[in-house]
Design a protein around this ligand. Structure first.
Ligand SMILES: C[S@@+](CC[C@H](N)C(=O)[O-])C[C@H]1O[C@@H](n2cnc3c(N)ncnc32)[C@H](O)[C@@H]1O
Length: 269
């Protein structure tokens, strides 16, 4: 940088990379990736080998200039005991502190750092909340922007060739943990993510339609759809076998309440 140029602040680009298929990368995401000097790369979980491979494929296939520097960091573990909200809060603080240290030690003023986010950053992902924390802590100054990505929910619907909502009807998006606590009040169509407990087994409406997908967008993809009462057992078994085979699983599903159930809720479209 010339002596007369004013140093600009660091830039963070939060880039949605899609849900497992490198073809999900949008042109906007590819352009953003190519503008990065550094990528922050989390190392975590059983799925890390697959994620590392996907990230590598995305970088080698789409980066046309010099490869950004890869800065790896270990994701701290979240406390499993006590109050869930407090545990998440502490966990986010710990990750924000890591980002802060890495920004100061690994990213020079004027450089751009990319955070590659699975799917889209707005859906069940905390990266944007972490950025808000960084802003509030005010130890590092930076600009940031967000590049949308293709979500797993979009891929689920596309692979099953179905619309997400019934005509004019709302859709509830929730987690397996919450569905296990009970069917969401007034809901007729419920999309469920982050389900480690196969909460569809606890749904009373056995005539509901269950639309399920695992490893969407990847060569391991599995799809099932049918009457919940008919396919819940098979999905539970298929899921367990796939998880044992690959060492990890990501699955998502949509439950469409049966007509009677939806009518009795006054929610039918
Ligand atoms: C932490 S959330 C991230 C969601 C992501 N931001 C998105 O836009 O889809 C992870 C959950 O998303 C769902 N998921 C993400 N990718 C998936 C995939 N390829 N196949 C099936 N489910 C997926 C699963 O429910 C998983 O537990």
């Amino acid at each position: 940088m010339g002596a007369r140029e004013k140093a600009v602040s660091r830039r963070i680009r939060v880039i949605g990379i899609g849900s497992g298929n490198p073809d999900h990368m949008t042109i906007q995401a590819i352009d953003a990736l190519n503008s990065c000097d550094v990528l922050f790369v989390p190392t975590k979980g059983e799925e890390k080998a697959f994620l590392a491979e996907l990230r590598h494929e995305i970088c080698t296939r789409f980066i046309t200039g010099p490869m950004p520097r890869l800065v790896h960091y270990a994701v701290p573990k979240r406390r499993a005991d006590g109050d869930y909200g407090a545990a998440v809060d502490d966990w986010h603080d710990a990750i924000a502190a890591i980002y802060e240290d890495l920004l100061l030690s690994e990213v020079a003023e004027g450089e751009t750092v990319g955070l590659l986010v699975w799917g889209d950053p707005m859906l069940y992902d905390s990266t944007l909340r972490l950025i808000d924390r960084l802003t509030a802590r005010a130890r590092v100054s930076f600009d940031h922007d967000v590049i949308p990505g293709i979500t797993s929910l979009q891929v689920l619907c596309a692979e099953h060739r179905m619309p997400l909502n019934r005509i004019g009807a709302p859709v509830t998006i929730t987690t397996g943990r919450r569905l296990a606590d009970g069917w969401p009040e007034g809901a007729s169509d419920v999309a469920v993510m982050l389900d480690g407990v196969q909460a569809f087994n606890s749904v009373a409406d056995r005539d509901a339609t269950l639309t399920w997908g695992a490893y969407l967008g990847t060569p391991m993809q599995i799809l099932r759809q049918g009457r919940l009462g008919d396919i819940a057992g098979e999905i539970t078994a298929t899921r367990a076998a796939a998880r044992a085979e690959h060492g990890w699983i990501m699955d998502i599903y949509l439950i469409r309440a049966s007509a009677t159930e939806a009518d009795s809720d006054g929610e039918a479209a």
